[in-house]
Ligand binder design. Structure first.
Ligand SMILES: Cc1cc2nc3c(=O)[nH]c(=O)nc-3n(C[C@H](O)[C@H](O)[C@H](O)COP(=O)(O)OP(=O)(O)OC[C@H]3O[C@@H](n4cnc5c(N)ncnc54)[C@H](O)[C@@H]3O)c2cc1C
Length: 421
């Protein structure tokens, strides 16, 4: 039986209200740009955002109900890039009114795509060790350094940058958070190609890049708290797959109808949809009468279903609060499901699993997901880091010892920093 919030009156009212509005307002002949603009003005695109900012002030559970209405109605879902899923909630908590006014409209309407400039060659799990520097110059900051694993930087109009602005204080206290324009001469985006054949992320070099001080979110030196908000949202991220926002992705002026069909083929609804995929393949290959496969498929379906409940219920962030550390459980569950789907899927395919071809059972999607599976337990913080967070912040176990808590950053030998300079 679904959790209580999915059987509540508020959940049902949100789903019905969304369905009514979506079916009455959908027009597949509109461009993606015009449909998203209509969604933004209605509040149904981002219902958990406040009413003053393109939303309806709904709870996480009500937001989940609205997502089911997108799937049921077949309309094009709202834009779901990192700007919309992470940047906007971050701005709502930490941005000034001027910054919300400047950035939220283009995000709500899908006119912009954002990326996340956090990880560096020497700072991933130890994110507070970032070495990219931002140095003040009049009312601007000059940025030098390198980021890596930056998803979607090739499509991004802007990036959320975590940079070091003070090396004389302990590492968590000398960071600042900026929104930088990606298409400027001081930022070079180089592709990284993965074993699944995709180009999902990049390495990005900052050489004298510039950002004005009014693009700094929060206090100078207060960037760690803003970054943690982004990470909390990343761990509980749930959305209905849509087409990519932003001008560079080139889909804004296409018709919304065909875009909705493309989005439907990549649909996730807060879970990976992997059990349907694998069970369908098992049916096609005549494996569903075998008790060993049946047991495995049932276990995968159960994991997928509970993962969906966790993902749909996990995100809060209303009333000025960010999602809790329990989001790490959602993230752990998702990576466990990804691995289980990979193993069950490859077992079902047998020798076909060795072929990279759309002409295999499941259209090659099972093999693609298998090759993509390692990323799930790394992106947004590794499984080990999530377990550490659950141990300390959910279970209240003793904190790991931290020798660098009171040491100025410049005196640390961490990441690629081997001596003070
Ligand atoms: C698909 C994908 C998309 C990504 N997108 C982005 C993006 O858009 N923007 C961005 O900034 N980054 C992105 N990343 C980077 C990601 O956040 C980092 O890879 C991740 O935080 C791990 O950092 P690392 O790779 O430096 O590994 P490391 O931190 O070097 O970790 C290496 C190993 O050591 C373990 N380890 C480290 N510290 C501890 C500890 N304290 N306790 C126990 N074990 C520990 C880790 O779990 C891991 O197994 C992406 C990564 C992936 C896979």
């Amino acid at each position: 039986m679904p959790p209580a919030e999915e059987r509540s009156d508020a959940y049902e009212a949100a789903r019905t209200g969304a369905l009514e509005w979506l079916t009455a307002s959908w027009n597949p002949q509109l461009t993606v740009r015009d449909w998203w603009s209509r969604l933004a003005d209605s509040g149904w695109g981002f219902p958990t955002w406040p009413e003053a900012w393109f939303g309806k002030g709904m709870s996480a559970a009500e937001g989940a109900a609205v997502r089911t209405a997108y799937v049921a109605s077949g309309v094009l879902p709202p834009p779901t890039g990192l700007g919309q899923l992470l940047g906007a909630p971050m701005l709502l908590l930490h941005g000034s009114e001027e910054q919300k006014t400047r950035f939220l409209p283009a995000l709500a309407r899908g006119e912009e795509s954002w990326c996340q400039f956090f990880s560096e060659p020497g700072a991933g799990s130890d994110l507070a060790g970032v070495q990219t520097r931002a140095v003040p110059d009049g009312d601007e900051w000059v940025v030098d350094g390198q980021k890596v694993w930056t998803s979607g930087a090739q499509w991004a109009d802007r990036g959320m940058l975590l940079a070091r602005t003070n090396r004389d204080v302990p590492k968590h206290h000398g960071l600042s958070f900026f929104i930088v324009d990606v298409g400027q001469p001081g930022i070079e985006v180089r592709p990284l190609h993965q074993m699944n054949g995709a180009h999902g992320f990049n390495e990005v070099f900052f050489t004298g890049a510039r950002v004005t001080d009014d693009r700094r979110i929060g206090a100078a030196g207060g960037g760690w708290s803003v970054a943690v908000t982004v990470l909390m949202y990343e761990r509980t991220m749930a959305s209905v797959a849509s087409v990519m926002p932003g001008r560079k992705a080139g889909q804004l002026d296409e018709l919304a109808g065909p875009a909705a069909e493309r989005a439907a083929s990549a649909r996730t609804l807060g879970r990976t949809g992997v059990s349907e995929l694998v069970i369908d393949a098992a049916g096609t290959l005549g494996r569903t009468s075998d008790p060993v496969y049946r047991q495995r498929l049932a276990a995968l379906w159960a994991l997928d279903t509970t993962n969906g409940y966790l993902a749909r219920g996990g995100q809060s962030g209303r009333d000025g609060k960010r999602p809790s550390a329990q989001g790490s459980l959602t993230k752990l569950s998702r990576s466990q499901l990804t691995r289980a789907g990979r193993d069950a899927g490859m077992a079902v395919l047998g020798a076909e699993g060795l072929l990279d071809s759309p002409n295999t059972t499941g259209g090659g999607e099972i093999q693609y997901r298998a090759l993509s599976s390692p990323g799930a337990s790394i992106a947004g913080g590794t499984d080990e880091i999530q377990r550490g967070i659950v141990a300390e912040r959910v279970l209240g176990l003793p904190k790991e010892p931290r020798a660098d808590r009171d040491v100025p950053f410049k005196d640390l030998t961490i990441g690629t920093q081997r001596s003070a300079d």
